[in-house]
Design a protein around this ligand. Structure first.
Ligand SMILES: Nc1ncnc2c1ncn2[C@@H]1O[C@H](COP(=O)(O)OP(=O)(O)OP(=O)(O)O)[C@@H](O)[C@H]1O
Length: 348
């Protein structure tokens, strides 16, 4: 399979926007996305349910057209160059791409044939993927009998048959148990390192974005609200030093004292004071000494490194964990129903 060589960024979007209009109202699912993703990056779109992650992926994989704005993938416009985009990408949607009654290996061979490989090449590629994705024990079983983790690995193999230059994974580990999730993350990292392909995935697992992606694009209400490495996003926020005091009066005095710490933020409530400051762990000894000298030694001290949830909380005033537990998935049935067929539609 030959691709024309493309040397620019893997993905460029300019003002990329998608609205869904029903009789009653319009949902502004994605609002003016300006992004550049370089070749070989591993990027996670992180955001709560309904943030617009899947809609963005569906536009980039040509499943739905933008309402306005433009996007190119592997140098091809997602509207004008739809066929070329489809040839260059692999897409693993939220639904399962593989047919239920087929054997896993046959599914892979059919997928390869659909991408223009000869039967012999498709069989060779299927054998490679069975080996790479550790599917040997299950490849010759019907897809319907596979476990969630095995099924997800087969889905990923399906997306990789034609050696795509850009691989899109929509919530690859949703529904998997922690062990299978960890295995899958290791697999994605290995595939990325070995193939050099660009990998773009969506997730609402904070730990997954943190551990896996070189770059985290945080989206909320259809907009990018942060875009950086997980480490830089977190260190920009500073450590949280949580101090407990004997009584509220001592806490109030300590808060006044701590408000003089340069480039810090102080929040006091009851008997505790939270200080947000860069390198909190390095300066905690000095802080304790100062507070002791002022006659308000803390009774309790905790220093916490920020998480990506703290970053989200800082940016939006909401916790990503809370938005997950209080909002059931807002992805419409329409989108759900489409994703299963879409995976094979793009692949075909
Ligand atoms: N086909 C559709 N028709 C109407 N509204 C839609 C459609 N697809 C998505 N939406 C709406 O667009 C918004 C963004 O949805 P999207 O699925 O892109 O979010 P998401 O970040 O991927 O969420 P999740 O994590 O739940 O998959 C939501 O309000 C959703 O209900």
């Amino acid at each position: 399979m030959t691709h024309t060589t493309h040397t620019g960024p893997a993905i460029v979007t300019r003002g990329l926007t998608r609205h869904f209009t029903s009789r009653k109202h319009t949902v502004e699912a994605v609002q003016g996305l300006d992004l550049e993703i370089g070749q070989g990056e591993l990027v996670a779109f992180l955001g709560p349910n309904g943030a617009g992650k899947s809609t963005t992926l569906r536009m980039l994989t040509t499943l739905i057209p933008p309402t306005s704005g433009t996007a190119t993938v592997a140098g091809h416009d997602v509207v004008g160059g739809q066929r070329d985009v489809r040839r260059a990408i692999g897409f693993v949607g939220q639904g399962n791409g593989a047919g239920h009654r087929q054997l896993g290996r046959d599914e892979l061979v059919s997928q390869g044939r659909a991408h223009g490989l000869s039967r012999a090449d498709a069989q060779r590629r299927a054998a490679e993927l069975v080996e790479d994705l550790d599917l040997g024990a299950v490849a010759d079983r019907k897809v319907s009998t596979l476990s969630g983790g095995q099924r997800r690995r087969l889905d990923i193999a399906m997306g990789l048959v034609h050696l795509p230059r850009v691989l899109f994974l929509d919530e690859p580990s949703t529904g998997l148990d922690p062990q299978n999730r960890a295995n899958l993350q290791g697999l994605v990292q290995r595939l990325h390192a070995e193939s050099g392909s660009t990998v773009v995935l969506t997730t609402h697992y904070l730990e997954e974005a943190d551990a896996l992606a070189g770059r985290v694009i945080v989206v909320d209400h259809g907009r990018v609200i942060a875009d950086d490495t997980a480490d830089r996003l977190k260190s920009g926020l500073g450590d949280l030093v949580r101090l407990g005091f004997a009584d509220p009066a001592a806490a109030a005095r300590a808060a006044t004292r701590l408000s003089r710490v340069p480039e810090s933020r102080v929040e006091a409530g009851g008997t505790s004071v939270d200080l947000r400051v860069r390198d909190g762990s390095a300066m905690v000894g000095e802080l304790l000494a100062d507070l002791g000298a002022d006659g308000v030694p803390p009774t309790r001290v905790e220093v916490a490194r920020p998480t990506l949830d703290d970053v989200f909380l800082d940016l939006t005033g909401r916790s990503l964990r809370e938005t997950q537990s209080t909002h059931p998935s807002s992805t419409s049935t329409d989108a759900d129903a489409l994703s299963a067929t879409d995976a094979s539609e793009v692949a075909a």
